[in-house]
Design a protein around this ligand. Structure first.
Ligand code: NAP
Ligand code: ZN
Ligand code: ZN
Length: 349
């Protein structure tokens, strides 16, 4: 099926109109009309080849909410008209120990990402959500709680699960002091979840203008990270810190804030390596870890949790024609707190 889209043709070209073919649904496939797609900082990293693995043309977008328009003959979970979502993965090997445990994001063969991944059906690359429609195996399609604003659900598919999963894995909850670093798309969801899980939540930001928002979004305290005195007041007091920063910054300053045996988890994926000093780690047996999105079952659990607790992303809706301007604003840390593309703008173009 011919599908309208927006793609990057090179690391330096703007994201621009494009068209592509989607396969006709195979027996286990769901065909989805895309209604909304969130704009993740990973879209920018990849459109601009900052991770040095982009194959062009690149159609970004992995925070997808849409409506089922057709289903293959074997599809059991979905029917035409259902409101559904697709996140960062569209498939995985399904046989390795990680896949069998529902940790498809940790697949031994690496999961097939929603865009810029090897498409086993077309033989080319996968194309993401900056498009009219997508066809995905039902095993990688999520159900959207009907009580939530579907546009504000879209960012849950990456920003949501990427922060929910490590907070759950490291058992963040009441009685703990938890730090979230960076109030962007991921950070604002991490803040909402840490607050919802009952932790005393401290938000670290480089942007003094975000302090009031951080409090509204659930922060018990807000620290301007550029202020060394403010940072030092919290030395050795945190049970857990989640770092969602997209660019170069000093993670040693945050390691110093952890208690003995506590963990700093990186979810941010800056272009350049971050220097790690040995002493902040060895002094209090602190740990530095990473986390990648979350599995399909946990993504559904997160969506259901959001439905029950009325949690969505704070969004600014844009048309697809505004995408390059939106990228510039994300790079200036000027987004409150996730751009979501209204795909009706692509149909109208
Ligand atoms: P975003 O909306 O741009 O947020 C990043 C935030 O980091 C900014 O709002 C800003 O917060 C802070 N920041 C930016 N530049 C900084 C600098 N030079 N020094 C210190 N702080 C800075 O990005 P996002 O979409 O949330 O993504 C964040 C990162 O996570 C990206 O690298 C993305 O690729 C990665 N990511 C990883 C996964 C995963 O599975 N691990 C999944 C999705 C995304 P303040 O203004 O509050 O300082
Ligand atoms: Zn993402
Ligand atoms: Zn696997």
């Amino acid at each position: 099926m011919r599908t309208k889209a927006y793609s990057a043709l090179s690391a330096t070209s703007p994201v621009a109109p494009f068209s592509l073919d989607r396969r006709a649904p195979l027996p286990s496939d769901v065909q989805i009309e895309i209604l909304y797609c969130g704009v993740c900082h990973s879209d920018i990293h990849q459109a601009r080849n900052e991770w040095q693995n982009t194959i062009y043309p690149c159609v970004p977008g992995h925070e997808i909410v849409g409506r089922v328009t057709a289903t293959g003959s074997d599809v059991k979970k979905f029917k035409t008209g259902d409101l559904v979502a697709v996140g960062c993965m569209v498939d995985s090997c399904r046989t390795c120990p990680s896949c069998k445990k529902g940790l498809e994001q940790l697949c031994d063969q690496f999961p097939i990402l929603t865009y810029n991944g090897p498409d086993k059906h077309s033989g080319g690359m996968t194309y993401g959500g900056y498009s009219d429609s997508i066809v995905v195996d039902e095993a990688f399609v999520l159900r959207v709680p009907t009580n939530l604003n579907p546009a504000a659900v879209a960012p849950l598919l990456c920003a949501g699960i990427t922060t929910y999963s490590p907070l759950r894995h490291w058992k963040v909850g009441a009685g703990q002091k938890v730090g979230i670093v960076g109030l962007g798309g991921l950070g604002h969801m991490g803040l909402k979840f840490a607050h919802a899980f009952g932790a005393h939540t401290v938000l670290f930001t480089t942007s003094p203008g975000k302090v009031d928002d951080a409090r509204r979004l659930g922060a018990d305290e807000v620290v301007i990270s550029k202020n060394a005195d403010e940072m030092n007041k919290h030395a050795g007091t945190f049970d857990f810190i989640l770092d969602a920063v997209s660019a170069d910054h000093d993670i040693n300053a945050y390691l110093n804030l952890l208690k003995t045996d506590s963990t700093l988890v990186l979810v941010g994926a800056p272009e350049k390596p971050l220097p790690v000093a040995a002493f902040p780690l060895i002094i209090k047996r602190r740990q530095l870890a990473g986390s990648l999105i979350g599995g399909i079952a946990e993504t559904q659990e997160m969506l259901d949790f959001c439905g029950q607790h009325n949690i969505t992303s704070d969004i600014e809706m844009i048309s697809i024609q505004q995408i390059n301007e939106a990228y510039d604003r994300v790079l200036r840390s000027d987004v409150k707190y996730r751009f979501v593309i209204d795909m009706a703008s692509l149909k109208a173009a």
